[in-house]
Structures are given as structure tokens and as C-alpha cells.
Design a protein around this ligand. Structure first.
Ligand code: UDP
Ligand code: MG
Length: 332
């Protein structure tokens, strides 16, 4: 089965609420996640909800457990991707599949409290907003380095992003309206930084503050390298400021080289030309590394263009598990 935007069958009834959860190696969290989501969904909307679980090519028992949930609980639809496609694409697959009028995006590790759901819906209704996003006031159980880099990154991104106000300290934990999701789904970019894309959509978006808990169980699936990759996706996806930086650097170095040319000419005229190994080395090294850095920057944008141009599907679905009763089409 291939990825497509038609995963969500238009003939199926639309529940009031969809909860979409990307999961990678989350066997230790799944049961509690399912219980807490079910409780909160029931309190908020009664029986009119669905939970879309996406297994992003986990290597542990996540999929068998997820499939069992999908087959026994008519509210759960479980989807398995063909391999690990990464958090943002797994989330995109879940968003393609979900059918709700309201959509809650939440992590599987319960760092974002499902108990906030009621407040988020109330807030959305009271403010007639299309998006209610969670802002982390505190992050528990995360290393100082992670908190510091995340803080710095969100501020840098806010500063550089062209024309879009990407909220600070905000993950993907958010409640969205169907019309906001429809716009998001129409955006075909490969390097997806979903929290930024949602901000780009516009409409009324309001913040709700919460304290980010520790992971319920298991370990983070965002090691340093993945974090850097997400950060580069975000920066290149929302800003061409780095390219501009290259032109500024080029301009600054041109001025500097004019001064150096004048200096060396004067030296030559005065007959002092032999010393200068150190300055020569510095100039060669600085120029060489700045050029490589700028080439690398260009490469980042070019590589993304290349991937986008290939137009491959964003993700591949390998299996789906749903309760037999859950697939009944709308009564005519
Ligand atoms: N995740 C995923 N695919 C990946 C990595 C992570 O679907 O390749 C999911 C993961 O199961 C969790 C969410 O993305 O639901 C956030 O990941 P994690 O909690 O590890 O990140 P952190 O909160 O440490 O930044
Ligand atoms: Mg987490």
C-alpha cells in the first residue's frame, strides 16, 4: 500500500475528535497512553472520537501491541510504516489517515499531558481559534544541554523565519480544526517541520501553557544528530537568511581584501615583502573555510530541492489494523 492523501476514506463518518500519535519504539508507553487518551477523549466528546496510532518502523513490540489495540478497540486505527521514516513523516501519515473535525497531535511518551485536552477544546471554542498549541513553561527530565539548545534554537528560528511567526518553545502538541489541517495537508513539502508549517497557515492560533513532563518510559528517540537535522530542516524550510548571510560574508571579506591589497602594495613599494607567512596562512585558511561553509549552505538548499524534485511519496504504509466494525461506511 502506498502513501497517499486519500488514506482517509471520504465515505467514512467523521468523528468529532481524532488523536494522532506517532510512535517509535514505544512499547513501554502504549498501554498507559491508550488508557489515558481514552479517558480524556471520553470526557471531552463521549464516544465520538478516534485514536490514530502510527508505528514508525519500530524495532520493539510496538507494532504487535498496536495491532492488538486496533483490532480490539473500535476507536483505534493503527498504521504501520514500511520503515523508520522519522517523526515528522510518521505524524504526516497519521494526519492523512485521521478524519476528525478536531485533531489533537500528541507524542506517545506522555510528555505532553492528555489531560489538557478538555482545556484545549474549551479554549478553541471560547476564542474561535483554529489552532491551540501547547507552550512549554517547564521541561522536566530533560538534560540541561537539550533544554538550552532547544531554547536557543527556537529563538534563532523566530528571528530568522521569513514572515512567519513560529511560536517559541512549542512542539507538535496542539489541537487543530479540520480546515487548518486541510491546508496543512495540501502542503507537499518533503522536509517537514510541522509546527512551523502550522504557524505559516495563519487563522487564529492561541497558546496554552503547560509543563512538559518526563518521559513516561523508554528513551528519547531524538538524539543529537536527529535534533540537528530537524533544526536544519526548520531553518532551511522557513528562511533564506543563511543564503543572505553568505552574501554579507562575501561583502565583508571583499572590503577586508581591499584593505589587505592596499597594505601589501604599500609593503611592496617600501621593499618589505618577505615576512608575512602568518598573515598569508590566516588569509588562505579563513577564505578557504568560509567558501566551503557557504558551499555547504548552498548544498543544503540544493539537496532539498533535489529531494523535492524527485517527488517520491513521503512515506510508505505497510499494514493497517482496524476493528471490523470501525470501517462501516456512513449510513445513506
Ligand atoms: N518518533 C517517531 N519516529 C522517530 C522518532 C520519534 O515517530 O523516528 C516519535 C516518538 O515515538 C514520540 C515522538 O516522536 O512519540 C517524539 O519523540 P521523542 O519523545 O523521542 O522526542 P523528545 O520528546 O525526546 O524530543
Ligand atoms: Mg518525548
Amino acid at each position: 500500500m502506498f502513501a497517499n492523501a486519500q488514506l482517509s476514506d471520504p465515505l467514512l463518518p467523521r468523528p468529532r475528535l481524532s488523536i494522532v500519535v506517532p510512535c517509535y519504539n514505544e512499547e513501554a508507553c502504549l498501554e498507559t497512553l491508550h488508557r489515558r487518551l481514552t479517558e480524556q477523549a471520553r470526557t471531552a466528546v463521549g464516544e465520538d472520537y478516534e485514536i490514530v496510532l502510527v508505528d514508525d518502523g519500530s524495532k520493539d513490540r510496538t507494532w504487535p501491541m498496536m495491532r492488538a489495540l486496533g483490532e480490539t478497540d473500535p476507536h483505534v486505527r493503527a498504521l504501520r510504516l514500511s520503515r523508520n521514516h522519522g517523526h515528522q513523516l510518521a505524524l504526516s501519515a497519521g494526519l492523512d489517515l485521521c478524519r476528525g473535525e478536531l485533531i489533537l497531535i500528541i507524542d506517545a511518551d506522555l510528555q505532553d499531558p492528555p489531560e489538557l485536552l478538555g482545556a484545549m477544546i474549551a479554549r478553541m471554542e471560547a476564542e474561535e481559534a483554529d489552532v491551540v498549541y501547547g507552550v512549554r513553561t517547564q521541561r522536566l527530565g530533560e538534560t540541561v544541554a537539550k533544554r538550552a539548545t532547544a531554547k536557543l534554537f527556537y529563538r534563532l528560528l523566530a528571528h530568522l523565519s521569513d514572515g512567519v511567526e513560529i511560536p517559541l518553545d512549542t512542539g507538535d502538541f496542539r489541537l487543530m480544526s479540520r480546515r487548518a489541517l486541510d491546508v496543512l495537508q495540501a502542503m507537499p513539502e518533503r522536509s517537514r517541520f510541522i509546527r512551523g508549517m502550522v504557524a505559516w497557515i495563519g487563522f487564529k492560533q492561541v497558546a496554552i501553557e503547560y509543563q512538559r513532563d518526563e518521559r513516561f518510559a523508554g528513551e528519547t528517540n531524538y538524539p543529537f544528530v536527529k535534533m540537528i537535522r530537524l533544526a536544519v530542516d526548520a531553518l532551511t524550510g522557513f528562511s533564506v537568511a543563511p543564503l543572505r548571510l553568505a552574501s554579507y560574508a562575501g561583502f565583508a571579506f571583499s572590503l577586508l581584501s581591499l584593505a589587505l591589497i592596499a597594505y601589501s602594495l604599500i609593503g611592496w613599494l617600501g621593499g618589505h615583502t618577505v615576512p608575512g607567512w602568518t598573515s598569508l596562512m590566516i588569509v588562505v585558511l579563513v577564505l578557504g573555510s568560509v567558501q566551503l561553509f557557504v558551499l555547504g549552505l548552498l548544498g543544503e538548499y540544493l539537496g532539498r530541492l533535489y529531494h523535492q524534485a524527485k517527488g517520491r511519496p513521503l512515506y510508505i504504509v505497510s499494514e493497517m489494523a482496524v476493528h471490523p466494525g470501525a470501517m462501516a461506511p456512513l449510513p445513506q
